[in-house]
Design a binder for this molecule. Structure first.
Ligand code: ADP
Ligand code: MG
Length: 258
């Protein structure tokens, strides 16, 4: 425990919640520590492929948010995380998400398994590209809705593929939810991730609370877990997360300011 506290202090990782999973210092630990080994052992081939995809990034160390969020999400815990812009939040959720999805059994793979929301098209596109890069060879299908009307015309056939990740802005998703035959597509979602939640809750995005409520309700799989990411801490996001998330783990990176 002393070692864990030291690691958190060293990297200014602040945590709040019950039974918070220990941070990891490196990705190798996922292979070597018994707690994670069992998760990675079942599908060694795919885990190897994921690690290989990661090695294309050529970075050696995890960022502090990755050290803490990867084990939190691998343990299926709901989380609200704050870390500065540029600190590697995208991979902090994509790594555990893709590992979760590669470990699903064949009969658990149908439909849209994960939903990632971001405030703008540009941001969702960036996440999409990173997701494509990291999911090479993993039998995971990332989708970015670029033309909602086309999907409607095609009867949402694109979502028939198994093990898919839908990346979109809340606006587009709400538009789709208003169409016949889409809503039940969200019944398989097991991870709902909201990126730049602070921006989405900002003034001027007033409709977002309602949109979020509708999306949250539509993802009604009993297994669904939620994770919220922001660059800055805001009371609005915290309030929402405390109200709606189960056994919340809060993580923030930086010197404490609250
Ligand atoms: P954030 O969402 O926190 O603003 P990003 O996830 O967009 O940050 O990451 C910013 C950049 O850092 C990206 O180019 C990403 O590839 C890179 N990056 C992510 N993780 C690491 C790491 N562990 N070491 C070095 N660079 C990283
Ligand atoms: Mg980001």
């Amino acid at each position: 425990q002393e070692k864990i506290n030291h690691l958190r202090n060293l990297h200014h990782i602040n945590v709040n919640g019950n039974d918070i999973p220990n941070p990891i210092e490196s990705l190798d630990q996922l292979y070597n520590e018994t707690e994670f080994k069992k998760m990675f052992d079942d599908l060694k081939e795919h885990s190897k492929q994921l690690m290989q995809n990661l090695s294309s990034y050529r970075f050696i160390e995890l960022t502090p948010i990755q050290m803490q969020i990867i084990p939190v999400m691998l343990n299926n815990r709901e989380t609200m995380a704050c870390a500065p812009t540029g600190s590697g939040k995208t991979l902090s959720f994509l790594i555990p998400l893709l590992s979760y999805m590669t470990n699903l059994k064949q009969e658990e793979r149908s439909g849209i398994k994960a939903l990632i929301l971001a405030p703008t098209r540009e941001l969702s596109q960036q996440i999409y590209l990173e997701c494509c890069r990291l999911s090479t060879g993993l039998n995971i299908n990332p989708y970015l809705i670029s033309n909602a009307n086309k999907e409607i015309k095609n009867n949402f056939k694109i979502f028939d593929k198994e093990n898919s990740i839908l990346i979109t802005t809340p606006n587009r998703l709400i538009f789709l939810l208003g169409q016949d035959g889409f809503k039940h597509r969200l019944k398989d979602v097991e991870w709902m991730i909201v990126d730049e939640a602070d921006k989405l809750f900002e003034e001027g995005q007033k409709g977002f609370r309602d949109q979020l409520g509708a999306i949250y309700k539509a993802c009604d799989n009993p297994k669904v877990k939620h994770a919220f990411f922001s660059a800055t801490f805001t009371n609005e996001v915290e309030e929402w997360c405390k109200l709606n998330l189960n056994n919340l783990v809060q993580v923030s990176i930086g010197r404490k300011n609250k």
